[in-house]
Design a binder for this molecule. Structure first.
Ligand code: SF4
Length: 110
């Protein structure tokens, strides 16, 4: 089961956008139910950082809400995809002004 871009969840959003809330909620619960089962005992967190809160969404989100600087790492691809579209407005020249900071990753990603 994939999480990012999951077809059932995309179908749910399509139903919501078309005003079919009940069908959207039904599909969404099917996704959540499949997720619950599939990730009962395995790692669902896509964050590669060496972090003691890995996979602990409740505390991870609370930390990010508390410091207000950026979002949990699993949300980066969603936001970066939107920023990339906006970045076309300046022919991506913002890339010349940015250096991504070095991150401390878990051993398997070093
Ligand atoms: S909220 Fe935090 S702990 Fe949960 S999946 Fe995202 S990065 Fe991992």
């Amino acid at each position: 089961m994939i999480i990012e871009g999951n077809p059932k969840e995309l179908a749910a959003m399509n139903q919501f956008h078309n005003g079919n809330r009940q069908e959207g909620l039904k599909l969404q619960e099917e996704f959540a139910s499949e997720f619950r089962e599939e990730y009962k005992d395995k790692d669902h967190c896509s964050c590669k950082k060496a972090c003691r809160y890995h996979g602990n969404c409740k505390e991870c989100v609370a930390i990010h809400r508390a410091h207000q600087e950026h979002v949990p790492n699993c949300m980066r691809p969603i936001i970066n995809a939107k920023i990339k579209i906006l970045s076309e407005l300046t022919e991506h020249t913002i890339a010349n002004e940015i250096d991504a900071p070095k991150e401390i990753l878990r051993k398997e990603f070093q």
